[in-house]
Design a protein around this ligand. Structure first.
Ligand SMILES: Cc1cc2nc3c(=O)[nH]c(=O)nc-3n(C[C@H](O)[C@H](O)[C@H](O)COP(=O)(O)O)c2cc1C
Length: 194
């Protein structure tokens, strides 16, 4: 059966560095026979999580906005690749709003799995692509922690990421074709195996 890969584009900048890298990763996944879907966080009209408790009983979010179309895509995906630039040592607000709203999927996991079963992650694999302008040693630490617990909520394992420093202008990544090639290979590897 075809693997389903969901790419979540976290940058507010259309066609920028992380967009181009995720495009390449999805191209790599498709070249290995996967089916890919894309979500652009910047296009979603949605709020962050309200911590209203609405999802505690049912595992479903009660807030009716564009996020409702994203839940089924996340549930269906065997692989999710999240891409975001670093904004103030974390992911973008747009990507974070989507992640915070996945609290409903965390509630669902709590409702459907016992404590013992929650030691297993049965819903697939998650990957991260991150870019930043500086050379900061700890530049990606915050984003990686967020991604790890995002995938945990989705009952997926966090399998690692691609991280690139010193990319600032939206076109910078095009000056380094080897990086785009790396993203292509990353996408291919993401869909390897059973
Ligand atoms: C609001 C804002 C905050 C940023 N914060 C950081 C930061 O903390 N560290 C860093 O290295 N770059 C930071 N940057 C630079 C972006 O990460 C960089 O330009 C990146 O290449 C943008 O990716 P994109 O082309 O995919 O949008 C920031 C940019 C903006 C607009």
């Amino acid at each position: 059966m075809k693997k389903k890969v969901l790419g979540i584009y976290g940058s507010p900048r259309k066609g920028g560095n992380s967009d181009q890298l995720l495009d390449k990763a999805l191209e790599g996944a498709r070249s290995e026979g996967a089916e890919t879907h894309s979500i652009y966080a910047r296009n979603l009209k949605m709020s962050g999580c309200l911590e209203c408790g609405g999802c505690n009983e049912t595992g479903k979010c009660v807030v009716k906005d564009d996020m409702q179309a994203v839940y089924p895509l996340m549930e269906d995906a065997n692989v999710i690749i999240l891409a975001s630039p670093i904004f103030f040592y974390g992911i973008t607000a747009q990507a974070k709003a989507l992640i915070d709203r996945s609290q409903a999927m965390w509630s669902k996991r709590m409702l459907e799995k016992t404590r013992e079963e929650r030691k297993r992650y049965d819903s697939g694999k998650g990957y991260l692509i991150c870019v930043g302008a500086s050379r900061g040693k700890n530049l990606f630490e915050g984003a990686e922690l967020t991604a790890k617990y995002f995938f945990d909520a989705l009952d997926m394992t966090y399998e690692g990421g691609l991280f690139f420093r010193r990319l600032e202008k939206g076109s910078d990544v095009r000056k380094q074709p080897e990086i785009l090639e790396e993203a292509l290979e990353f996408g291919k590897k993401a869909v390897e195996g059973d």
